[in-house]
Design a protein around this ligand. Structure first.
Ligand SMILES: [Cu+2]
Length: 173
């Protein structure tokens, strides 16, 4: 075994490999230089910025502040005005109609000079159950009565001083 020859062979191998390595380095460096020297192309990276426009749908909460309107309770106590006259010992009206539970204003005029009349309401012609009795008025004179009508029904009115001559039907609707 000639050891000197082996060493030479190894050296030669190393030399060849060194040559290849150097060539590689030169080529690579050349490539790098060429890359750098080459004018950079404007890298048109079409950055399609997909603008996700978050349409903040501000659902304007329409605060429908339903103004609590004053509830006009239809439970209104109606008012009604009746004009009634007494003349020659007789009423001018023999049927009086009023709404149920209405506040009745009765303008009573007594045209009979020297005679006293009044206006009174009863449940019926028996005149035993009184609903309203107006004060006496001697003619000529005027008086205003005010009272609340009863529930629906047919009632009776009269002059307490002339019950057989002055009477009528008081109708509550
Ligand atoms: Cu009378």
């Amino acid at each position: 075994m000639n050891w000197s020859l082996i060493i030479v062979k190894i050296k030669r191998g190393n030399f060849v490999s060194c040559i290849f390595f150097l060539l590689f380095v030169i080529i690579m460096s050349g490539a790098i230089i060429s890359c750098r020297s080459s004018p950079r192309q404007p890298t048109t990276t079409s950055s399609t910025t997909t603008q996700t426009t978050i349409t903040s749908t501000t659902t304007s909460s329409t605060s429908t502040t339903t103004a609590t309107q004053p509830t006009t309770t239809t439970q209104t106590t109606q008012t009604v005005t009746i004009n009634l006259e007494a003349q020659n010992v007789d009423f001018s009206e023999h049927t009086i109609n009023v709404p149920a539970l209405a506040i009745v204003t009765l303008n009573f005029t007594n045209n009979d000079s020297g005679l006293t009349h009044n206006f009174a309401v009863y449940t019926d012609s028996n005149a035993t159950s009184l609903i309203f009795r107006g004060s006496d008025i001697t003619g000529p004179g005027k008086v205003t009565y005010q009272f609340q009508a009863p529930q629906r029904g047919t009632y009776f009115f009269r002059c307490d001083h002339h019950p057989t001559a002055m009477w009528g039907t008081f109708v509550v609707q």
